[in-house]
Design a protein around this ligand. Structure first.
Ligand code: HEC
Length: 125
């Protein structure tokens, strides 16, 4: 009988631990509605092109030459309105775009987006 109780309580503990673990990644994912690939395919592509080559009429630059770090810095600037001294950020247009996109749920993790852009579009110089 004692053994039985022990087994039961162990099972209960395991359940609590497991469900506790299961919850975490879920809430992380829920923070962003779309993956970087989805966000790009549905929004960014209209200005930056299917291969990240940039579209001149939209004045959108190519995203094919930047390192992950450079992309991260640009994206950070874009999403945070150029913190620090560089208030007259070179990303005024993108900042405006990004606010609109985020309002529509097309938000993303900066690191994940930088990685996606680099891996999908980078062309060695
Ligand atoms: C409506 C057109 C438009 C859309 C949509 C758009 N961009 Fe841009 N993007 C631009 C323009 C124009 C610039 C250059 C001027 C600026 O940065 O404000 C730019 C600049 C950038 C830069 C900086 C590049 C550099 O070399 O400095 C990055 C990175 C970038 N966009 C990423 C994205 C991502 C990621 C998305 C989708 C979430 C996106 N853009 C959606 C027009 C757009």
């Amino acid at each position: 009988m004692k053994k039985m109780n022990l087994a039961l309580s162990l099972a209960a503990v395991a359940l609590v631990v497991l469900s506790g673990c299961g919850d975490k990644p879920k809430s992380d994912v829920a923070t962003y509605k779309y993956t970087p690939a989805q966000v790009y395919a549905e929004t960014c592509v209209h200005c930056h092109g299917p291969k990240g080559e940039g579209i001149a009429e939209k004045k959108a630059p190519a995203l094919t030459k930047q390192s992950i770090q450079e992309l991260e810095m640009s994206l950070f600037d874009i999403k945070n309105g150029g913190l620090g001294q560089s208030t007259a950020s070179e990303h005024d247009i993108m900042e405006h775009n990004m606010k609109k996109l985020a309002e529509k749920g097309y938000d993303y993790d900066i690191k994940m987006m930088a990685n996606y852009l680099h891996n999908a579009f980078y062309v060695a110089k």
